[in-house]
Design a protein around this ligand. Structure first.
Ligand code: GLU
Length: 468
């Protein structure tokens, strides 16, 4: 398990989806391990039986691979599974007991609560510290918290002091002998020779206890860094119930990995210079924990979407066409798509928008969106413009410029500008009132299809019943 450089780790508890906050933590660790020539250790904290599904681990590994953290990379180590090390966790607890640094207690939680109520001091009061109890059914093993101050040096939070007066003798082994998270986490980090613990801020309150455990077990604690929580628009911590937090969901909705990675890195940290759009190689060189801001970071889906659009537009055209291929139906004619791909590439913010933007080019007929149609047909000249356009388009030159000129002139004869004149044509041909540039689309679609759609639309009443 050893390597000479610093050793970072990412230690997710499987949940069945990959939280964007976890992705950010993983990326921070990855950037550092890569730049410093160290290791990124993946440890699956799967001791909760109910959370021990193999497909969840596969999900974690897939999600990491998507954001560029590959098990094939020489800096990657693992995955290790916490559940396989239970005997090491128990052995460490027993060592602490034998050296007097931990003790057994047989109080039930009700008894503890009663004592706390009677004394007016919340938490466990150390009742069994000197009772000399041994192991036994229902006996928990508690750590004997040393008095004094624990100073945690955190690269993000600075120096944080904890007074032992406020730290109760916490449980290491449950009454049934199974190890608690705090202990398992430390014992694994020690065994895996972790030098840097970079993790979510919610674990900061655990840190003084864990640092005491490192010391009690005879090792130097790691470098700590607790990264800020992610919050939503209302400044509330991102939660699965309220917010879209699963990385997999963003991936399925057509966000690009590069955009996601870049955006996640900027939550709590900013690259120097005047743009936040920075390639990974540069981020990896520039990222420093000391520069991470400890204020909660706003996970702004709108900003992420804008990043994504920028990344889509940065793709070389042929790369976009190839990437788009995964997002459009297999039966669509690739040549037709290639002809309109630049119209699409400059306009979509996510890859899923591609298909809906140009689907009208690939279907025999078009479903007209009633709301778009009804609104457009309210204009008094709309029907006449559509009807005249159907006549002009029978005979005019079939190219973008001519289609546009003809409609512009026709509009003038009805007293409306081009924008107004093209509205009924757009709805009739594409089914919607927004979409890619109209005349390019008409050219690609071809005279026959365009005329057929315009004539079919002219059969419709001015007002259509709205869809369910
Ligand atoms: N398994 C813990 C979690 O998913 C992480 C613990 C740690 O990073 O130390 O929150």
């Amino acid at each position: 398990m050893s390597s000479s450089g610093p050793r970072f780790r990412f230690a997710p508890s499987p949940t069945g989806y990959f939280h964007v906050g976890g992705a950010r933590t993983a990326l921070y660790n990855w950037a550092l391990a890569k730049r410093l020539g160290g290791r990124f250790v993946l440890r699956i904290e799967d001791t909760d039986e109910a959370r021990n599904r193999p497909e969840w681990t596969t999900g974690i590994i897939d999600a990491l691979a998507w954001i560029g953290i590959s098990t094939e990379d020489p800096a990657f180590e693992g995955p290790y599974f916490q559940s396989e090390y239970a005997s090491a966790h128990i052995a460490a607890a027993e060592r602490l007991y034998e050296s007097g640094l931990a003790y057994y207690c047989d109080l039930t939680s009700e008894q503890i609560q009663e004592r706390a109520k009677a004394s007016g001091t919340p938490g466990y009061d150390g009742y069994s510290r000197d009772r000399g109890l041994g192991p036994g059914p229902g006996h928990v093993l508690r750590f004997r918290v040393p008095s004094g101050q624990t100073v945690v040096n955190d690269l993000v939070r600075g120096t944080v002091e904890f007074d032992s007066a406020h730290v109760e003798d916490f449980v290491l082994l449950r009454g049934n002998g199974t190890p608690m998270f705090l202990l398992a986490n430390v014992v694994d980090d020690m065994a895996m020779q972790i030098t840097h613990v970079v993790r979510a801020e919610e674990h900061l309150p655990n840190t003084p206890k864990q640092q005491m455990l490192w010391e009690a077990l005879g090792a130097d604690p790691p470098v700590w860094a607790h990264v800020p929580v992610l919050v939503n628009e209302q400044r509330k911590k991102l939660s699965k119930r309220r917010d879209k937090v699963a990385l997999e969901q963003y991936r399925a909705e057509g966000y690009l990995a590069d955009a996601m990675v870049n955006y996640l890195m900027t939550l709590g940290w900013a690259p120097s210079g005047d743009t936040e759009i920075v390639p990974w190689a540069q981020i990896q060189e520039a990222f420093r924990l000391e520069d991470v801001n400890h204020a909660p970071a706003f996970f702004d889906v709108k900003k992420l979407t804008a990043f994504n659009g920028d990344y889509i537009r940065m793709m070389p055209p042929e790369v976009f066409v190839a990437a788009a291929s995964d997002w459009i139906p297999a039966e669509w004619d690739r040549d037709v798509f290639t002809r309109v791909s630049d119209l699409v590439q400059t306009r979509v913010a996510t890859m899923t928008e591609i298909a809906t933007m140009v689907d009208f080019l690939f279907t025999d007929t078009v479903d007209i969106d009633p709301a778009s149609w009804n609104k457009t047909m309210k204009a008094s000249e709309a029907r006449a413009v559509l009807s005249d356009a159907a006549k002009v388009y029978e005979i005019c030159q079939w190219d973008t410029a001519s289609l546009k000129n003809e409609l512009e002139m026709l509009g003038e004869s009805h007293g409306v500008k081009l924008g107004k004149a093209q509205a009924p044509v757009r709805v009739a041909v594409t089914g919607r009132s927004v979409g890619p540039p109209l005349f390019e689309s008409l050219e690609v679609l071809g005279r026959e299809a365009v005329l057929a759609r315009m004539r079919a639309a002219l059969e419709l009443p001015d007002s259509l019943a709205a869809d369910e």
